[in-house]
Design a binder for this molecule. Structure first.
Ligand code: CTP
Ligand code: MG
Length: 228
């Protein structure tokens, strides 16, 4: 069985709205609903766990349980860091689940194609991450904004989600990270931390994470184009 966990318990500080950005409207519905409906179109995924801020669990559960067209869904309380939110979600995964996909609630433009790419690679090798090659030159910057070096662009990819793992591997990686006090910015980094290989699969440049108000404008444009 395949379970998708959606961390949605952030504060959306960079969005600058007075509420969690996953509830911001994108075209006709909140970002979180877009994300869940997009994922529901992928037949390989069996069920969902949405991780909401503790005081948002109840209202979110109410809305989702009466929302037509989404997969069976639990809503659980998140933590103060994304990693802790995912951990809380993982603890609620059914014993029948063998593959877990973690997907940012703030990435509403995900396509079934990318989800399926990740799942296929998880089946083959245990850990796979959607990503795209960087298009800009990236430089490492040190003190006083001084350039330290310029890594070879051909080796640099931008990580996206979904990030997929055999369940036992991801649970083990999260447990080890807790024990070591290791805090990663994505789930793959925890799996790397325990020395397990992670493979990148082709994501989609449209699969952006809605972070700041400009991202909403871009996402609206993409959605508008889809409708044509
Ligand atoms: N997230 C979470 N729990 C946290 C922090 C983040 O579940 N403690 C979720 C967010 O809701 C989002 C995803 O992780 O769907 C990616 O995080 P990010 O884009 O950084 O969202 P926020 O943390 O909400 O935004 P910001 O960093 O600007 O405050
Ligand atoms: Mg954040």
């Amino acid at each position: 069985m395949i379970t998708a966990i959606f961390p949605a318990a952030g504060k959306g500080k960079r969005m600058g709205a007075p509420f969690n950005k996953v509830f911001a409207a994108l075209s006709d519905k909140p970002i979180l609903i877009h994300t869940l409906l997009s994922f529901s179109r992928c037949s390989a995924v069996d069920n969902f766990i949405v991780v909401a801020a503790p005081d948002e669990v109840e209202p979110v559960a109410k809305v989702l349980h009466s929302l037509p067209g989404i997969k069976p869904c639990k809503v659980v309380a998140g933590g103060t860091e994304r990693q802790y939110s995912v951990y809380n979600g993982l603890r609620q995964v059914s014993p029948k689940t063998d593959i877990v996909l973690v997907h940012d609630a703030a990435r509403p433009l995900i396509s079934p194609n990318v989800i399926n790419n990740v799942i296929s690679e998880v089946v083959r090798s245990g850990a796979a991450v959607a990503a795209v090659p960087v298009t800009n030159t990236i430089k490492v910057i040190g003190d006083d904004n001084m350039v330290v070096n310029t890594p070879d662009r051909n080796t640099l990819w931008m990580m996206q989600t979904p990030q997929g793992f055999k369940k036992d591997l991801l649970v083990g990686a999260h447990e080890q990270a807790r024990q070591d006090g290791y805090l990663g910015t994505d789930d793959a980094s925890l799996v790397e931390h325990i020395g397990h290989p992670v493979r990148v699969v082709m994501g989609d440049y449209k699969n952006i994470k809605i972070t700041s108000p400009d991202d909403l404008i871009y996402a609206e444009a993409i959605l508008g184009k889809k409708a044509v």
